[in-house]
Design a protein around this ligand. Structure first.
Ligand code: ADP
Length: 456
């Protein structure tokens, strides 16, 4: 069931309950009022008749005649007068006698002064009447036709008003909820047409400061993020294609050239040597991409364990040295650590080694002296690593871009590369809950600072 229908029904049900309770209270209180008013009128009629009977010379038969005539037109009460010994002194209609008084009834009236009861629809009253020092008992009974009629009318009118109100409320609720949910419907329709190829579309917000505007804005913000991430993906794929195509084209050309005629063995060797650098470049690129993919995993899927930073740095240094024996790398401790926990981090060995290798390699390859030093320092729960080189440095604009995948700075001609190293390094450090920052000056050198949480 749609929320709109559910809300309308709920709203109608709540209103119906309130109306029902309201009408019920009014009906019950009208019923009580009618009952009370009729008992009062019975009491008055009984007293009037007793006054006439005792005080005036009106004959008993005349009183009875008045009763018979009036009871047909005016709904007059049937009155009887007894003395305390249950002797009947007067009765409006002995032959009918609705009340059927008993000595027990008389005793009860004497005890409580008044007795009220129903005989079917008929109300009856028994009451004490004092006259010239003597006590008498009066009974009176009649049916409150008028009161019942008014009550019935009230019930009927209430039922009609109730049904009409509920119908009206349901229809009004249906239209109001339709109006209230119109923006949601519009949003749903708009969202339905947004796909990977139309991520530039945005939901319309009505400008009010309400929940729907908030929803539309949040949705639009999500679209902006999705759009930029899709753009980044597209850019990434086109960069990779480009990076793969260039060395492959070079290999094909080289092989075609060397195969188009018979050559001496030393020429073939030379050609193979020339070709070899391109597959190596490709292998490096693919390794970096693989690492980048690993670093993009969910941290919960990567195995973390306790690692000593100095050992990791040494391993990374050796790894870089293996492929670039001319690089000179050093490790310095700025201050001493007191416990082993201070130099340990919780991390993934393979990824951290890849990150440190990149920083060492960059420091060396962008320096004339091929030198890079890492300084290790400890402060509270943080290990700081500063990879320092005195190389060619990075231009201010490039500093803001160097962590973007495939970006290579103005100084790229100085050394070979594919522009993935730093983005990979940054991703790995973030994955470990750390930070990577850089300061650099052209022709002075660069300092890349890694800050990681230790186990202290
Ligand atoms: P690559 O080194 O393969 O070009 P990176 O992602 O490692 O890619 O680095 C991106 C760019 O940042 C490099 O092309 C270079 O312009 C700049 N860079 C990184 N490290 C240094 C450094 N130590 N000195 C000077 N420039 C650097």
């Amino acid at each position: 069931m749609k929320i709109r229908t559910r809300l309308t029904i709920l709203f109608t049900l709540i209103t119906a309950t309130i109306l029902f309770v309201f009408a019920g209270i009014i009906y019950i209180s009208a019923q009580e009022d009618r009952e009370e008013a009729f008992y009062t009128s019975l009491r008055k009629e009984a007293v009037t008749k007793a006054n006439l009977f005792f005080n005036t010379d009106v004959e008993e038969q005349v009183l009875k005649d008045i009763y018979h005539t009036n009871s047909k037109i005016l709904n007059e009460a049937e009155v009887a007068i007894y003395d305390t010994s249950f002797n009947l002194l007067y009765h409006d209609a002995e032959n009918v006698d609705f009340v059927k008084e008993t000595p027990e009834m008389i005793r009860q009236v004497l005890q409580d002064n008044e007795l009220r009861f129903y005989l079917g629809k008929r109300q009856a009253i028994g009451q004490r009447y004092d006259f010239r020092g003597k006590i008498y008992i009066l009974t009176a009974t009649a049916i409150d036709w008028d009161g019942y009629h008014k009550l019935n009318k009230l019930l009927q009118n209430s039922a009609i008003v109730f049904v009409i109100s509920i119908l009206f409320i349901y229809i009004a609720g249906y239209f109001f909820s339709k109006k209230a949910f119109a923006p949601v419907k519009e949003m749903t329709e708009k969202a339905r047409v947004i796909s990977a190829t139309s991520l530039d579309l945005r939901l319309k917000s009505n400008g009010n400061k309400d929940e729907l505007t908030e929803l539309a804005n949040t949705f639009n913000e999500m679209l902006v993020r999705l759009e930029s991430s899709f753009e980044a993906q597209k850019q990434f794929v086109s960069n990779i294609s480009h990076e793969l195509r260039t060395p492959l084209a070079a290999i094909i050309t080289e092989l075609e050239l060397s195969g188009n005629k018979d050559r001496a063995v030393h020429e073939y060797k030379l050609a193979i040597q020339n070709v070899l650098s391109d597959p190596k470049k490709l292998a490096r690129l693919l390794n970096s991409l693989l690492d980048l993919a690993k670093a993009s995993y969910d941290p919960s899927e990567i195995a973390f364990r306790e690692l000593r930073i100095d050992e990791l740095l040494l391993d990374a240094l050796r790894q870089v040295h293996l492929t670039n024996p001319e690089y000179k790398m050093d490790i310095h401790f700025e201050n001493h650590f007191e416990t082993d926990e201070e130099i340990c981090v919780n991390g993934n060995e393979y990824l951290l080694k890849a990150a440190f290798s990149n920083l060492f390699e960059n420091g060396c390859k962008f320096s004339d002296d091929n030198k890079c030093t890492v300084e290790i320092s400890f402060e509270k729960e943080i290990i700081g690593l500063r990879f320092i080189d005195h190389g060619i440095g990075i231009a201010p604009y490039d500093l803001t871009q160097i962590f973007t995948p495939f970006f290579r700075g103005d100084n790229k001609k100085f050394a070979e590369g594919n522009g993935i190293g730093l983005s990979l390094t940054q991703r790995i450090i973030h994955l470990h809950g750390g930070t990577l920052s850089v300061t650099s000056e052209v022709a002075q050198g660069s300092v890349f600072t890694v800050r990681l949480k230790n186990l202290a």
